[in-house]
Design a protein around this ligand. Structure first.
Ligand SMILES: *[C@@H]1O[C@H](CO)[C@@H](O)[C@H](O)[C@H]1NC(C)=O
Ligand SMILES: *[C@@H]1O[C@H](CO)[C@@H](O)[C@H](O)[C@H]1NC(C)=O
Ligand SMILES: *[C@@H]1O[C@H](CO)[C@@H](O)[C@H](O)[C@H]1NC(C)=O
Ligand SMILES: *[C@@H]1O[C@H](CO)[C@@H](O)[C@H](O)[C@H]1NC(C)=O
Length: 253
């Protein structure tokens, strides 16, 4: 941060980040689902019949990719309700005033093998698969345009990140996990994950094969060159490609 902004700008940014550091809402078609808000008390949200988001207590990043918090943030306990969606439909994650510029965003899903709110379902043991990811869109690592920068809308309008539920996905209850990885600080990647419960309907019969699956924690480590990265180094600064680590995206084939 110190490298990319002056004192005043940082102060403004800091105030804004303390207001919003993750998914605020989800939309499916024209329906809005409110997310968990770290700004409001847990008592007002946890256990409420409308809660579709796993609670995340703070806007702070997670620095350790092996931490259990990487799964669904912290506390990441089950939601009460779920977002109904048909396989093949789009879901959008809505952010406000997202301020970091560098690093990939990845949307993951995992079957809950039954109700996502069941105490016997452990999301840190689930088989996660990617349904979409967006990284460096143009230019170079440091000065180019990443999706996490491009989607920002500083007018107060929502920052919209849309992905499609694979159209042949087998119906059932799933978690969806939106993750932003911020790489603007050398050798100190930051993760911002949030999970929501989905009830997927449809006539699909497919599930992703083994090569598409990963554990969270497990998919990332600081020894991966794209994760333990100093973007300002001679090695990376002017590169025009960045491979997003983890398994390939499953498009339902
Ligand atoms: C978006 O979610 C926030 C909480 O994160 C909530 O206060 C707000 O009402 C939601 N907006 C809509 C349109 O659902
Ligand atoms: C779903 O999202 C994709 C990719 O963002 C977009 O091309 C498509 O038009 C969207 N479909 C609908 C029905 O909004
Ligand atoms: C969930 O799974 C993780 C990873 O295997 C394990 O470390 C953790 O203790 C489990 N949590 C519970 C509540 O069983
Ligand atoms: C990146 O490219 C610019 C323009 O070609 C050059 O001036 C600069 O020294 C390069 N930076 C690094 C770290 O290689």
């Amino acid at each position: 941060m110190a490298r990319i902004c002056f004192l005043f700008a940082c102060a403004v940014f800091f105030r804004l980040t303390t207001a919003h550091g993750g998914v605020s809402n989800y939309t499916v078609g024209s329906t809005w689902y409110r997310g968990y808000s770290p700004e409001e008390t847990p008592e007002a949200q946890v256990g409420q019949p409308w809660l579709i988001n796993r609670p995340w207590a703070a806007i702070e990043p997670i620095y350790d990719p092996m931490s259990l918090a990487i799964t669904c943030n912290s506390p990441g306990t089950p939601a009460t309700s779920s977002i109904p969606i048909r396989a093949g439909q789009n879901i959008s994650a809505i952010y406000y005033y997202w301020l970091h510029n560098v690093g990939p965003v990845v949307a993951w899903m995992a079957s809950c093998n039954g109700p996502c709110s069941s105490p016997s379902f452990n999301a840190s043991n689930a088989d996660w698969f990617k349904i979409g990811q967006k990284g460096l869109l143009s230019g170079t690592i440091v000065e180019g345009m990443w999706f996490q920068h491009e989607f920002q809308d500083w007018s107060g309008a929502p920052n919209v990140w849309t992905e499609t539920i694979p159209k042949d996905l087998k119906p059932g209850e799933y978690l969806i996990r939106h993750e932003i990885i911020a790489l603007h600080i050398a050798n100190q990647p930051q993760w911002y994950p949030e999970c929501a419960h989905l009830k997927v309907s449809g006539k699909g019969k497919k599930v992703p094969g083994k090569k598409f699956l990963a554990k969270l924690p497990g998919a990332y480590s600081l020894s991966q060159p794209e994760i333990g990265i100093d973007i300002y180094s001679d090695e990376w600064y002017n590169r025009t490609t960045y491979n997003i680590p983890g398994p390939p995206v499953w498009n339902g084939e």
